[in-house]
Each structure stands twice: as C-alpha cells, then as structure tokens.
Write a protein that binds this ligand. Structure first.
Ligand SMILES: NC(=O)c1ccc[n+]([C@@H]2O[C@H](COP(=O)([O-])OP(=O)(O)OC[C@H]3O[C@@H](n4cnc5c(N)ncnc54)[C@H](O)[C@@H]3O)[C@@H](O)[C@H]2O)c1
Length: 387
C-alpha cells in the first residue's frame, strides 16, 4: 500500500458535497476517484477533479489505485457496496445508517473481518468534538455516575428536497432511519453504549409524505441511566433557536426566527430537480471545517453531582459551585472519519466507531420502529460499549 490512503467516493449525491472538501490539506489521505450511476454526476466530478470516475461501484472497488471506499450511496445498497469493497481488499467508511437490516450489517462486518480491512461507521455524531468532550467528562467520573440524557432536535428534515426513496421507510428512508442514528449515537456514546431497551412512538403526520417525520423515544442503559429523545422534522420550529443559532455543521445564523419560511413541499422530487438543487446549494467548506462547534440539537447530560450541555465553543459544566465553561478543541469536521482511519492504520489499532457500533445503533432505530408499531418496549441484545 502507498503511504497515502487513496479514497474513492461511492455516490456523488447530496452528502458528497460535504465529503469532497474534506480532502483539502489533509496529510496522509487523498481523493483518488469516484463512482456514480448518474452520468451528470460523473461528468461534474471529472470537471472538478482529474481523477478516475466509474459508472458502477464494483468497478471502482476492483481498481488497484483505491485503498478506501467511502460508501455514500442510498441506504439499501450500503451492504452491497461495502461487501464489494471489502472483498476487493478495500477499507470501508459507510454513511449512516449502516444498512437497512441487522442481517445486512452482519454481512458487512463478516466481509471486513474475513478480508482484514477496517469498516468504519461514517458520519456519526460521535465525531463531533463537543460530544466527545461530554463523554470524557462522564467517563472521568468527575460529577458522578450518569443518570439521565435528554436530547431534542427540531428541524425541517422532511421539508428538504427528497427523492421518493428517501421518504419510503421500506427503503431505509424517513426520519427514524435517516436521522435516528445521529441522536442514538449521541446518547449511546455518552451513556457508555450499552442500551438495554427502547420504547418509542414514531409519527407520520405530514399528509404528503407517508414516512416518519417525528419520534419520541425512551432508552434504558446498563447501569440504570435513561435517555429521552425527541425529534420533530416537520419544519415548523428550528432547534437552533435554542443553540445560539448554531446548527449541525457549526454554521451560525444570526437569528433563526428570521429565517424566511419557504412554501411547504407537497411530495418528493424528481431526481433531476433534486440534484440540480443539490448542485446549487452545496455546503462546501461550511461542513468541511465548520465555524463554531457543531450542534445536533440540544442535549443535556445529568450526572449524580452535576450536569453538562454544549456552549457555543465548548461545554457548560453545572455543579454545586456554579457554571463553568470548558473549552473544547475544534475537531476535524467531516474529515474526522478520514483522520480516524488514517491514524488507526498507522498504528495497527481497530477503528471506532466500527461496524459493530453501527449495527448496535441500527438495532436501536429498528427497535424504535418496532416499539411504535407494537406499542411495547423492545429489548436490545446487539449493543457494544463506547471506546
Ligand atoms: N443528505 C445528507 O445530508 C446526508 C448526510 C449524512 C449522511 N447521508 C447518508 O448518505 C447516503 C447518501 O445520501 P444522499 O443524501 O447523498 O443521497 P443522494 O440520493 O443525494 O445521493 C446518492 C448518490 O448515489 C448514486 N447511486 C444510487 N444508487 C447507486 C448505485 N447502485 N451505484 C452507484 N451510484 C448510485 C446516486 O446517483 C446519487 O448520486 C445515505 O446513506 C444517507 O443516509 C446523507
């Protein structure tokens, strides 16, 4: 293998606009190619980069000039593409959710193990520096054992431009599959990872989209902590009003209440319209590097002798002596996956979060859907600890 990790992107849709800028100025890693079934996407990539581009992911996986495949295709084909990459000896970074079933996750983990490659759960909120810092405070025991996490998010997820497949729960679409992993990763990571059960109510309340647009969930953890999760993606209220206007990529809006209200969408979009929209609104550097600390909603962590939440540039720690601000060093934004893989390979250690973590988070999300359907608590048996 070369000393630089050569990364190929599988899927040049919305999320690739966040990923592609990450390669700038990142030592030890370089963009080496891409694959997409859409010709326009391939043409655009060729215009921007003088690199090989493939019409199917399998062909890119067979290339001798690629060491890592970053799977950014739709959720239903993550398994197919990750297994193809692993079977060709490539390391895999896979977007969330890891797949659409636990059996698919098993196949991906097996393929990575069999071929001796790393399988990294990509785009986890565990990569966000403030989430890591919260976990560090909890794990240090400084304010006692964790007892409770409350995590809220309100955004316009269901009002963004979506293909029909993205708002079809049977195809891994909707709010639980697509956004659930973020919130579940946050609470699992901070609480130590080992969830024991989930009870949830999920809702489909936008008449134009027959998929989940909201959920409320209660997760219990080994050791007795509990997390409550509330997520509403209908777009009437934006949680950044409660987080200094700062959103997921660290971008800050001066006053979220003054964001102009767009006409409500009456259904999914045709592919041409969606990808034109994506090309016109690519977030570029904002997501690659961020500006302030990234906020994925509002999360308050309560321990026996104190509480923690994010501040714009770090954490607020509340104890008997008052409120103290802990500065947090800036992370690598969406380049963190690449840094984690590069650094793990350099010293021969496992990656984190890996496939078993992604599978455990998917187990919770699937448990949320099942719990709501069957109106009962679901036991969780595939959980793994925070590292
Ligand atoms: N949109 C986001 O902001 C976002 C953020 C984080 C993670 N994700 C995740 O990233 C993945 C991709 O999401 P997206 O929003 O970019 O989707 P998208 O539909 O915008 O892009 C998917 C791309 O994959 C291509 N594609 C589809 N099937 C293919 C196949 N079989 N072979 C080759 N190319 C194929 C499509 O042509 C398209 O360019 C999903 O798993 C999603 O959950 C999305």
């Amino acid at each position: 293998m070369t000393t630089e990790l050569r990364v190929g992107i599988a899927g040049l849709g919305s999320v690739s606009a966040q990923i592609l800028p990450c390669f700038r100025d990142l030592p030890g890693v370089r963009l080496a190619g891409a694959a997409d079934q859409r010709k326009e996407a391939r043409d655009q990539f060729s215009k921007n980069f003088d690199l090989p581009v493939f019409a199917d992911v399998e062909s890119m996986c067979r290339s001798q000039d690629i060491d890592v495949v970053w799977v950014a295709t739709p959720n239903t084909v993550h398994c197919e593409h990750a297994v193809a990459a692993a079977n060709n000896g490539k390391h895999v970074i896979c977007e969330k959710p890891m797949a659409v079933s636990l059996e698919q996750c098993d196949a991906m983990i097996d393929a990575a193990q069999k071929n001796g490659v790393r399988l990294l759960q990509g785009h986890s909120k565990i990569y966000d520096a403030p989430i890591r810092a919260m976990r560090e405070v909890v794990a240090s025991g400084r304010i006692g054992r964790i007892i409770q996490i409350d995590s809220w998010n309100f955004n316009d997820w269901l009002q963004r431009p979506r293909l029909a497949s993205e708002v079809d729960t049977n195809l891994g679409g909707g709010l639980v599959y697509r956004q659930g992993p973020h919130m579940v990763d946050i609470v699992r990571y901070i609480a130590g990872g080992l969830a024991t059960s989930v009870r949830a109510v999920t809702g489909r309340h936008d008449p134009h989209f027959n998929t989940e647009g909201n959920f409320t969930a209660l997760i219990e953890f080994e050791g007795g902590a509990a997390a409550s999760l509330g997520f509403n993606g209908y777009g009437y209220f934006d949680v950044t009003e409660l987080t200094w206007g700062i959103g997921e990529g660290g971008q800050q809006h001066p006053d979220p209440r003054l964001k102009s209200r767009k006409p409500r969408r009456a259904g999914p979009m045709e592919a041409d319209d969606k990808y034109r929209y994506v090309a016109d609104t690519a977030p570029g550097e904002v997501y690659a590097r961020g500006r302030r600390m990234p906020f994925f909603g509002l999360t308050v962590v309560s321990c026996e002798r104190g509480a923690i939440r994010q501040s714009p540039d770090g954490l607020y720690l509340y104890t008997d002596t008052g409120c103290e601000e802990l500065p947090v060093a800036r992370g690598h934004g969406r380049a963190t996956e690449l840094v984690e893989l590069r650094d793990a390979l350099a010293v021969g250690r496992p990656v984190f979060p890996d496939g078993t973590w992604g599978r455990a988070t998917l187990e919770v999300c699937l448990g949320m859907l099942q719990s709501s359907r069957e109106r009962r608590e679901i036991s969780l048996i595939r959980q793994v600890p925070s590292v």
